[in-house]
Design a protein around this ligand. Structure first.
Ligand code: DQA
Length: 147
């Protein structure tokens, strides 16, 4: 059985490719996702985006933990959501945090992440490439659990 990887995106990330291109680039995530799936054939990758905090919490709660990993870019909820943090803690599925931009070089209110300390690692400031880095880290860990 392949690893089950859930990529979760928070608010406004449905606008990638249109939104603040100088910060987030001009690629739509759905286009990049095809590339990512081809690069990681050992992973079944599902993508979920929501602008609603409650929907993200419910999605996390419903993930089957078997051979699973999460890659999450909670977007603005990174800096506000104890609920997303608690959901990740509740399911105990290994998780990598990703941000397209370097949140530590931006406004002060972006410097705090509510999930950083509960993730295996955080990848930021690498643009879309950050998701491939995150998948590499996640699959290494899942392989070590399942060998
Ligand atoms: C972001 C950074 C957040 O501060 C911001 O609210 C986003 C995107 C990033 O990917 O760089 O929406 O998570």
């Amino acid at each position: 059985m392949n690893f089950q990887v859930k990529i979760i995106h928070g608010p406004n990330l449905n606008l990638l490719g249109q939104r603040e291109k100088s910060i987030y680039g001009d690629t739509q995530f759905e286009d990049y996702l095809q590339q990512l799936k081809a690069e990681f054939p050992q992973c079944d990758i599902d993508y979920f985006q929501s602008n609603s905090e409650g929907d993200i919490v419910s999605y996390i709660q419903n993930i089957n933990p078997e051979k699973s990993g999460i890659i999450i870019n909670p977007a603005a909820f990174t800096h506000t959501s104890i609920a997303v943090r608690d959901a990740l803690l509740a399911v105990k599925i290994p998780c990598v945090e990703v941000h397209l931009s370097d949140i530590y070089q931006r406004e002060k209110f972006r410097h705090h992440s509510y999930i950083k300390d509960i993730c295996i690692c955080s990848v930021f400031g690498q643009g879309m490439k950050g998701y491939a880095i995150a998948l590499t880290r996640l699959t290494e860990l899942l392989e070590s659990f399942n060998s």
